[in-house]
Design a protein around this ligand. Sequence first.
Ligand code: UGY
Ligand code: MN
Length: 244
Amino acid sequence: MHNLGRTRSTNQRGHLLHTPDTFVRTVLPGMELATAIVHISPAAGAAFTQYTAELEPGGKLGPTSNQRFLYTLEGTADLATDSTFQTLIPGSFAYLPEDAAHTLTAQQPTRIAIIEKPYEALASVPHPEVLVGHEDKTLSVPLNDDPELQVRSLLPGSPSFDFAVNTMTYQPGAALSMVEVHIMEHGLLMLEGGGIYRLGDSWYPVTAGDFIWMGPFCPQWFGAIGKRPAKYLIYKDWNRHPLA
Ligand code: UGY
Ligand code: MN
């Protein structure tokens, strides 16, 4: 099947929309029985990398010396580090500091959203430790007092962390209360539902499965459309000086 070259995917200066019809799978070094859909990387202007790993039963991730954040989309996987052994299920997440030895092995077909970034240390601030949790156990708070727009912060806000990963859930018709323009960049994976995303000077229909990158200062706004809530996982760099 082909669409005569049409797709919603687009790569613009300062933002990118990556839709499933354009996903290309690759194997990153050290992966076994697994592939990666790389959504964004420094090659496209980002300061981090985000990919979706698709693992077969027994599949493994390769190593990284950078910080790694995992959010389980589907399936079950065992995460072993020097200090912990945990089974990740959908909604489980893990933060692995740079150079933290770990193995991740899928028990069944498993999909995991993965963010990797070099750590920006701060003088006299301790480096973060391994952290494993489940989204359902995190606090859900309204954004700007709007109960129809709920945010869950998966990582602590402490300055030890140089990035944040949140989920945001919009009831149908809910929207960001302002067009945001900020220095932080975002990696965003649509998990459920859909709506309209304003990125720069364009408005895009988006739906579950889509990925968006917003570069620093990209004007951004979202409104949820449809009969079910829209939910996304969103990364942002955080807690560091712009000149650091
Ligand atoms: O945290 C954020 O900057 C978030 N409100 N941005 C977004 O949803 N595009
Ligand atoms: Mn934002």
